[in-house]
Design a protein around this ligand. Structure first.
Ligand code: PXL
Length: 275
């Protein structure tokens, strides 16, 4: 039977993030992708002056009930931008519709650059720990890692010992593998740290001048799709970082395109790299 992944995150109708990235990217990886929209927004909340927000929490148990009647099941779950109230529903979905050995991939989307996103309460990071416990892979950025561990956010000037302690502390929240994004030990390089409970491994690229919205979702989607294609976590993370760099290169220089990255143009590169 072919692998089927369920991704749970919002539809930001415009803005190249969350489901409008995850669905095409994971599909391009050759993986059947089912979606459960957590909410529908007119546009994402990062840089626009406002947005509409339609919450879909109430639909979650009804959708699960239908799926169970139809015997729908999944080989993997990948969660992104969700609300506090949705976490118990998501846990139930993962429990009741998992195929044997199903992967739980959790991107604890909530914050960046030292700040929680608009609409997330201070207690959200502690609720997110419920999804992290039992996850196979978690992918916080440095801000999210700090919020989860109730530590101050350190933007730069840290060393390997700091990152390795973050990895161990996040691992002790109950995730089997930890992937930290946005790691940089020297100004010209940006990369990721991957920890499996034994050793921390790194992958770096040349740092791009443009820091764009939606790159976290692009990264996480490539990781999810590549893992289901049988890549190791370090291979998946390295490919995902390379795809993000490609997408940024297509976007840089277009001032009108401030709201996201042109990931569509990096899809042929992704497909080629996956073979
Ligand atoms: O890219 C993360 C994300 C997802 N969904 C919505 C967002 C954001 C980040 O701001 O606003 C609605």
């Amino acid at each position: 039977m072919d692998k089927r992944l369920l991704t749970i995150q919002d539809i930001s109708c415009v803005g190249q993030c969350s489901l409008t990235v995850a669905l095409p990217v994971i599909s391009a990886c050759g993986i059947e992708t089912a979606i459960l929209p957590s909410s529908v927004l007119s546009n994402h909340t990062g840089g626009f002056s406002g947005w509409t927000f339609h919450d879909l929490t109430e639909d979650m148990p009804k959708i699960l009930e239908r799926w169970l009647t139809e015997k729908v099941s999944f080989d993997a779950f990948y969660t992104g931008y969700v609300s506090k109230a949705q976490i118990p529903h998501i846990l139930e979905i993962m429990e009741k519709s998992a195929r044997p050995g199903a992967l739980r991939i959790v991107d604890p989307v909530m914050a960046d650059n030292g700040k929680l996103y608009a609409g997330f309460d201070d207690d959200f990071p502690q609720e997110m720990k419920k999804l992290i416990k039992g996850a196979d892979v978690i992918m916080p950025n440095l801000t999210e890692a700090a919020f989860l561990l109730r530590q101050p956010y350190i933007a730069d000037g840290y060393d390997e010992a700091y990152i390795e302690k973050l990895c161990r502390d996040l691992f002790s929240l109950g995730a089997k593998n930890v992937l930290i994004t946005g790691v940089s030990f020297e100004p010209a390089k940006l990369g990721v740290a991957v920890y499996d409970g034994k050793k921390v491994q790194y992958y770096f690229n040349e740092k791009q001048a443009l820091s764009a919205h939606g790159t976290g979702d692009l990264f996480a989607s490539v990781v999810a799709g590549s893992l289901l294609r049988g890549k190791t976590l370090l291979e998946a993370a390295s490919l995902a970082a390379d795809v993000v760099v490609e997408a940024i290169k297509f976007t840089a220089g277009d001032k009108d395109h401030w709201y996201g990255v042109k990931f569509e143009k990096a899809l042929p590169y992704l497909v080629k790299r996956l073979g």
